[in-house]
Write a new protein. Structure first.
Lengths: 329, 198
């Protein structure tokens, strides 16, 4: 078997066979869409619920996901935590706020506006934007800048495939993304004490955006994205800190200038444009040398060493050749 | 009310948060590992820290409240509130050192260097230790006038705790702003009383 890109696996990372088989069973079950086939050994809360509120076209596109060689075989973080422990400040800054306060958000119908240095500019229905693109399941590590991490089975389309469809001009050097602004559905956007500006803006260099690991996610755990995870469309860049992976994307802009991102604007000393996972460059207020793989237990805090580029160095380190990563953090 | 009964009732009140937190821990250990979320140790550290802060605020509230409702019994319970505050602060530290650091002292050294707010919190904890250690009747009698002066340490301790909180927050300052407002109002009240009486 070919080793997944950028993996540095040790014995402790190997998923026990029983769990692995359970996962297979769960995938099969969700593919058929029958809750009755759910692996009985899985606790209900660990698997996704069988009801998916997304439109049928998206459900069926997600259901046809193929598996990807980029997936890690590390143990999955249970569904309950992937969807119940989130940083999505648009819904509040508590880890459980996005799940609790995100349920009034309406991710459908959804449109994406494309502008800037591309031929394919305009406003598109999400269905048209994604039509014909093959969805893949990719199990990625997610490393939060707060020094915790999860392993998450995303569904999505390779970003390169989506962007190529929009025909960026050769003058486009960066691509910026913007989260939807709907304070009436996103209570955090109207909060008086909010320390960041909305709408949330993120960006990538074109070569980062076109990298095969970069994913435009449409689902997680075999179903479409729940609101708290960035429905209906979000970025996933596994070698960067989680805040780069912008949620509920409403706008895509191709530009020749490095976009100013939300966290950079809020605190440039603590959060840079690149935000590559790097154990050698500490956050000014805490170390990034280790992370706590969630879920932890009361008596085992599950500290693991953080890897350069979150373990994807073999695949992406070349993008930053010759750059001083302590300067471009 | 019967004095003994009142005191007993009050002591149970101090233990309520411990009972609440203890129940959650029992749940996690025995039948529902997710009762404290995906990061139970961190949740526990936060719960104890917040409870300690509540009691710190409660201690500071005693003087103005008893002046308002003339409840002398409240004044007599102030030391118990203070000891409870120290107790929860101690649990906050123990759960941090034992569960998050797993007693790995080289990690503590690293943390102290990288996270200066831990030093600030630790200093506040030391002050609370001194206060709790001298909160018995023997110390009150032995220290006499100096006891009152010593116990003014609670004010710098409260300020350090706020700095500790402020430094921990990543971007949302709502909570720390609220607590700061409460503590600063209480300190302002003290200062005005002082200037009035002198």
């Amino acid at each position: 078997m070919k080793a997944p890109v950028g993996s540095k696996l040790t014995e402790r990372d190997v998923t026990p066979e029983a769990i692995y088989l359970n996962r297979r069973q769960y995938l099969k079950a969700s593919a058929v869409g029958a809750a009755a086939l759910m692996a009985p050994a899985l606790k209900a809360s660990e698997a996704a619920p069988s009801v998916d509120p997304a439109p049928l076209w998206l459900q069926s596109q997600n259901k046809q996901a193929s598996s990807s060689p980029f997936s890690t075989t590390e143990k999955l973080t249970p569904y309950e935590y992937v969807t119940g422990y989130n940083n999505f400040y648009e819904f509040g800054t508590g880890k459980d706020d996005p799940e609790k306060k995100g349920q009034d958000f309406k991710p459908h119908p959804w449109q994406v506006t494309v502008s800037g240095l591309a031929e394919g500019t305009g406003t598109f229905d999400l269905e048209d934007l994604l039509k014909g693109l093959a969805v893949e399941e990719r199990v990625y590590r997610l490393r939060c800048v707060e020094a915790w991490s999860m392993v998450i089975p995303w569904l999505g389309v390779p970003m390169a495939a989506l962007l190529k469809r929009l025909k960026p001009l050769s003058s486009a050097r960066y691509v910026a993304f913007e989260t939807v602004y709907r304070p009436e559905e996103m209570p955090g956007q109207g909060s008086f004490f909010a320390a960041i500006d909305y709408p949330y803006v993120e960006g990538l260099r074109m070569d980062e955006a076109m990298h095969p690991l970069t994913l435009m996610a449409t689902g997680v755990y075999g179903r479409s994205l729940p609101n708290q995870n960035g429905a209906p469309l979000r970025l996933v860049v596994p070698w960067k800190y989680g805040f780069k992976s912008i949620k509920s994307i409403r706008k895509i802009t191709f530009t020749d200038r490095q976009p100013q991102t939300t966290w950079e604007k809020a605190n440039a000393r603590e959060y840079g444009f690149y935000a590559n996972v790097n154990p050698a460059v500490d956050h000014p207020r805490w170390s990034q040398a280790e992370e706590r793989r969630l879920p932890s237990t009361l008596f085992a805090s599950n500290r693991v060493p953080t890897l350069p580029f979150n373990g994807y160095a073999d695949a992406v380190a070349g993008l930053y050749q010759g750059m001083d990563l302590t300067k471009y953090y | 009310m019967d004095k003994v009964l009142l005191t007993r009732w009050f002591w149970w009140l101090l233990l309520l948060p411990l009972i609440f937190i203890g129940t959650r821990v029992f749940q996690v250990v025995w039948y529902d590992p997710s009762a404290l979320g995906p990061d139970p140790a961190q949740s526990l550290v936060d719960l104890f820290g917040t409870t300690a802060l509540w009691f710190l605020c409660a201690v500071l509230f005693v003087t103005p409240v008893q002046a308002l409702i003339r409840a002398r019994w409240l004044l007599r319970q102030r030391r118990a509130l203070g000891v409870a505050c120290f107790g929860y602060a101690l649990m906050h530290w123990l759960s941090y050192a034992g569960l998050l650091l797993e007693w790995q002292w080289q990690n503590l050294g690293q943390d102290l260097l990288n996270r200066p707010y831990i030093i600030v919190g630790f200093l506040a904890g030391l002050m609370l230790l001194v206060l709790a250690g001298t909160s018995n009747n023997v110390s009150v009698r032995a220290l006499g006038r100096r006891w009152r002066i010593l116990h003014r340490l609670v004010y710098p301790a409260a300020l350090l705790v706020l700095i500790h909180m402020f430094w921990v927050a990543r971007s949302d300052y709502t909570e720390v702003a609220l607590y700061s407002a409460v503590v600063l109002l209480l300190l302002l009240h003290r200062w005005r009383q002082q200037t009035k009486s002198s």
